[in-house]
Design a protein around this ligand. Structure first.
Ligand code: GUN
Length: 291
C-alpha cells in the first residue's frame, strides 16, 4: 500500500474539541448556550441512528440538543408549523430536518421554510446561492468535512485538477463549488459522463459521492492523487458468516490505496467529519446570531 490513510475519526475529534472550546467561550463571555434542533419524520432506521449520534455529540460538546420525532404520516403543514416555531425560538441556533422526508412532503418547501441563518445543513436556496457566488454562507456539512481533510492533507489546492463523481445537491454540487473557491479546475462527473475512467485519471483530487459500492477501481486513479470517499454502502460479507454485511465506500479501497497518495477509509473517513462539521456550523450560527 502506497497511500497514507486519512484518519477522519481523529480529525473529527479535533474539530469537536475546537467546537467545545468555542461553546465554552460563548457561555463564559456571553452567557449563551448554542442549541441544535433536529427533526426526524418517520422511522427510517439509518436516519434514527444518525439523529441519535447527532444528539449525543451535540450534548458532549456542551450544546443543547432538541429532538423532534414526528410520525411518518404527519401532514406537511404540521412540519412547516414546527419549523416556524423553531425559527422563532431564541434557544435554537441551528435547525436540521433529516432527509429524506416521506413522499407526501415537498422537501424543497420544507428546507426553504428554515430561517437561512439557522440552516446548519446549508441546503436553503439562499445559502446555495451565497455559496455559488462566493459569499459567506452556511456550507453543507459533508463537503465541508471533505474540504477540511483536503486542505489538511495538501495545503493549498490552487490549480489542482479535481473530479467530483456525483451531482447531488447534498454533496456533489456544493463540493464542486467549494473546490472552485479553492481555485481548483473542477469537473463534475456523473452517470452519463463519457469515458469516466479517463476523466478520473486526470484528477489530482477525486471525491467519490455516487452511492455505488466500490465503483472506482485503482486503475482509474492517477498515481499520488488524493482520494476522498463519501460513499457508505452496506454489502454482503459471507467471509464474516452467513447473512453478515460490511460497510464499503464508492471506491475500491485496496486497489486505490496502492496507487493514491492519500485516501479516506470507510468507515472512519468522511463519515465522522460530517457530524463534527454540523456541530461547527451550529456554533458559527450561534456566534453570528449574537454579533
Ligand atoms: N440525510 C443524509 N445526509 C443528510 C444531511 O447531511 N442532512 C440532512 N438534513 N439529511 C441528511
Amino acid at each position: 500500500m502506497a497511500a497514507s490513510i486519512i484518519d477522519g475519526k481523529a480529525f473529527a475529534a479535533s474539530v469537536r474539541e475546537k467546537v467545545a472550546a468555542h461553546v465554552a467561550r460563548l457561555k463564559d463571555e456571553h452567557g449563551i448556550t448554542p442549541g441544535l434542533a433536529v427533526v426526524l419524520v418517520g422511522e427510517d432506521p439509518a436516519s434514527q441512528v444518525y439523529v441519535r449520534n447527532k444528539g449525543k455529540q451535540t450534548v458532549e460538546c456542551g450544546m443543547q440538543s432538541f429532538e423532534h420525532k414526528l410520525p411518518a404520516d404527519t401532514p406537511e403543514a404540521d412540519l412547516l408549523a414546527l419549523v416556524e416555531r423553531l425559527n422563532a425560538d431564541p434557544a435554537v441556533h441551528g435547525i436540521l430536518v433529516q432527509l429524506p422526508l416521506p413522499d407526501h412532503m415537498n422537501e424543497d418547501a420544507v428546507i426553504n421554510a428554515i430561517d437561512p441563518a439557522k440552516d446548519v445543513d446549508g441546503f436553503h436556496i439562499s445559502n446555495v446561492g451565497l455559496l455559488g457566488t462566493g459569499q459567506k454562507s452556511m456550507v453543507p456539512c459533508t463537503p465541508l468535512g471533505c474540504l477540511m481533510m483536503l486542505r489538511d492533507q495538501l495545503g493549498s489546492l490552487s490549480g489542482l485538477d479535481a473530479v467530483v463523481i456525483g451531482r447531488s445537491n447534498i454533496v456533489g454540487k456544493p463540493m464542486a463549488q467549494l473546490l472552485l473557491g479553492e481555485s481548483c479546475t473542477v469537473t463534475i462527473a456523473h452517470s452519463r459522463t463519457k469515458d469516466l475512467p479517463a476523466v478520473v485519471r486526470r484528477a489530482d483530487i477525486v471525491v467519490a459521492a455516487v452511492g455505488r459500492p466500490q465503483m472506482v477501481p485503482g486503475d482509474w486513479i492517477k498515481p499520488g492523487a488524493t482520494v476522498i470517499d463519501v460513499g457508505i454502502n452496506r454489502i454482503p460479507a459471507p467471509e464474516k458468516g452467513e447473512g453478515k454485511t460490511r460497510l464499503v465506500g464508492d471506491v475500491d479501497f485496496d486497489s486505490c490505496a496502492d496507487v493514491a497518495g492519500a485516501i479516506t477509509p470507510v468507515p472512519g473517513g468522511v463519515g465522522p467529519m460530517t457530524i463534527a462539521c454540523l456541530l461547527a456550523n451550529t456554533v458559527t450560527a450561534c456566534a453570528r446570531a449574537n454579533g
